[in-house]
Design a protein around this ligand. Structure first.
Ligand SMILES: NC(=O)c1ccc[n+]([C@@H]2O[C@H](COP(=O)([O-])OP(=O)(O)OC[C@H]3O[C@@H](n4cnc5c(N)ncnc54)[C@H](O)[C@@H]3O)[C@@H](O)[C@H]2O)c1
Length: 554
């Protein structure tokens, strides 16, 4: 029995969460104070108290003196050097780091880092203990922030900066990340759960160790701490909490997401009967389907009869799939197809109240299309683009009524993904922006308002995150599988960053990152050398059969 017994030293939120994570898998986890005795018969003692190298080193030294040689001593820090902690403890062969990603109850993954003098027996014993408790130990290098904090602290800082600059409201940012990237918990909610003070401590420590400005906590963190807005434990952080310290449903979408007042755009949105879609490729066919399924008449335009047939065929196949999965009746499918018409002439869109452009991602082509659409569309029509990264403002400038142009950035596949970024160009009228939000709501989507800036919201956050993951992989932080597993299991992302890069396309990421870096003048947006080399080598990811992983002949 004693092998399954652990003591967790520190009765704060981190200690309690670790004890709860261990207990869920059936291990006995006894919480103890920082200065009292260690409960007898423990195979593992986890130090989970606040403090830096000096305090934690001193506590490990004390714990070493209170326990036998077979007891493994673990520090729960993810940002401190385990080599230094081992040296301070006086018994480095027994000391390692177990980093439970907070909130521990939401993640099974525990990073296990050994110092240069940690004995192999201690590492094996700790890993076996965690496995028996139903957790997933992953052995990682002793480097600042291990994998998770190293990658995620800059991502969190980027999220904070977008709120700080007024670019996005917390609920919209969290909804964007949860719905657009599939993260289980919104990043700002996660910061509230973790505590803004804990984030600051981790960020400052990593900034000092790595000398990399990506880790420096944005000034808003300091302001929030000064105002007592430490997060959930204080009842107020990015959100207000009725019951302080209540974890609640960490994976729920923030209530404010999609619950805004849409009345300003409602009349315009309800006035639209017919929607035009330009380009029936991957996105256009999905957008046309979503609009027709919402009861709207849809006119689609393609470059040639063959492209039109292919696009309409794609919609038909999607709907057939929905019927087979029991999501749609045969009658429902026919009704949707009835509402969808195709043409190779842009002029066929002259009677549409809204035209959504979803042609290939090429600025010259889109500028030309907007010039033509501007003169073909009826006077009161609204024009939208589904561009992923091109300036909506430049497209609006080609038209007679730039105030009635906006971006409607659907995600792939449009019929399954709830998020739409509603992009306000420099010239977009407030009424048009309000229309965009109300129209998306009418389609059953969750819209978030964003400005016409490089990457909008979701790409602005994920592009530097993926660049950083590729860079750290290139620097040998961890093997590809370990890096991906740590992120998917430890952070609740639907897949690891290298798998995601292979899915997006290494060349696509390189192109988008280059475009963002050009406009934003910040190195973190630019592609790291590895991505350029892989693009040159034709290692583009899934579509070419080889990227970070191999997928066989394509
Ligand atoms: N694929 C994605 O994951 C994704 C996600 C969000 C946004 N987007 C954006 O959506 C747009 C379309 O992307 P996609 O992936 O559907 O591309 P795609 O290549 O699958 O489809 C583009 C279609 O546009 C047609 N087209 C080209 N020129 C045209 C013209 N002058 N008139 C009418 N049709 C024309 C092409 O024949 C093609 O069928 C791009 O701006 C892209 O950045 C793509």
């Amino acid at each position: 029995m004693s092998e399954r017994r652990a003591a967790v030293i520190g009765q704060g939120p981190a200690g309690s969460a670790i004890a709860a994570a261990l207990a869920r898998g059936g291990a006995q986890a006894v919480l103890a104070g920082a200065s009292g005795p260690v409960p007898p018969g423990c195979a593992l003692v986890i130090e989970a108290t606040p403090g830096g190298l000096e305090e934690k080193g001193a506590r490990l030294r004390r714990l070493g003196g209170l326990t036998g040689e077979e007891t493994v001593l673990a520090a729960s820090a993810g940002t401190l050097s385990i080599a230094a902690l081992g040296a301070a403890s006086g018994c480095p062969e027994r000391v390692l780091c177990l980093h439970f990603r907070h909130p521990a109850p939401c993640s099974q993954l525990v990073e296990v880092a050994a110092g240069p003098l940690t004995g192999e027996a201690a590492v094996q014993a700790a890993a076996a203990f965690l496995k028996e408790a139903g957790l997933t130990p992953v052995l990682v290098k002793d480097s600042p922030g291990l994998i998770l904090d190293r990658l995620f602290v800059p991502f969190l800082n980027d999220c904070i900066r977008l709120v700080e600059s007024g670019y996005a409201a917390p609920a919209d940012l969290d909804a964007g990340v949860q719905l657009g990237l599939g993260h289980k918990t919104g990043p700002l909610r996660l910061l509230d759960i973790q505590g803004l003070d804990a984030h600051r401590a981790a960020a400052l420590s990593l900034c000092a160790q790595l000398g990399d400005p990506r880790y420096a906590p944005p000034p808003l963190v300091e302001r929030m701490i000064a105002a007592g807005r430490l997060g959930m434990k204080a009842g107020r952080g990015f959100y207000a909490y009725q019951r302080p310290s209540e974890l609640g449903d960490a994976e729920a979408l923030p209530q404010a997401a999609g619950a805004r007042d849409l009345s300003a755009g409602l009349a315009l949105a309800e006035g639209v009967r017919k929607v035009g879609v330009v380009g029936l490729g991957t996105m256009g066919s999905g957008i046309a389907q979503v609009c027709a399924a919402a009861g709207l008449e849809v006119s689609a335009v393609e470059v040639s009869p063959a492209a039109l047939e292919a696009g309409l065929g794609r919609v038909q196949r999607n709907l057939t799939g929905a019927v087979q999965r029991g999501k749609l009746s045969e009658g429902g499918k026919e009704a949707v197809l009835e509402r969808l018409r195709g043409s190779t002439q842009l002029e066929s869109l002259a009677d549409c109240g809204l035209i959504i452009e979803a042609a290939v991602e090429n600025l010259d082509l889109k500028l030309d299309l907007f010039k033509k659409l501007g003169s073909i569309a009826k006077e009161e029509a609204i024009l939208a683009t589904n561009t992923s990264c091109l300036p909506v403002t430049a497209m609006a400038a080609q038209t007679r009524h730039p105030g009635r142009v906006l971006g409607l950035h659907f995600f792939n596949p449009p019929f399954a993904m709830r998020l739409v970024e509603v992009i306000e160009a420099q010239q977009t009228d407030p009424g048009t922006a309000a229309f965009g939000l109300a129209f998306c709501q009418r389609l059953g989507k969750t819209p978030i308002p964003v400005r016409d800036r490089p990457g909008f919201l979701v790409n602005r956050l994920v592009v530097p995150f993926l660049n950083h993951a590729a860079q750290l992989y290139d620097e040998g932080l961890a093997p590809r599988e370990t890096l991906d597993l740590a992120v998917s299991e430890g952070l609740g992302h639907p897949m690891g960053p290298l798998t995601l890069l292979d899915l997006i396309g290494v060349d696509v990421q390189t192109f988008v990152a280059d475009a963002m870096a050009r406009e934003l003048y910040e190195p973190r947006f630019g592609p790291p050398p590895l991505l350029r080399r892989m693009t040159s080598a034709g290692w583009l990811g899934r579509k070419s059969g080889r990227g970070f992983y191999e997928y066989g002949e394509k």
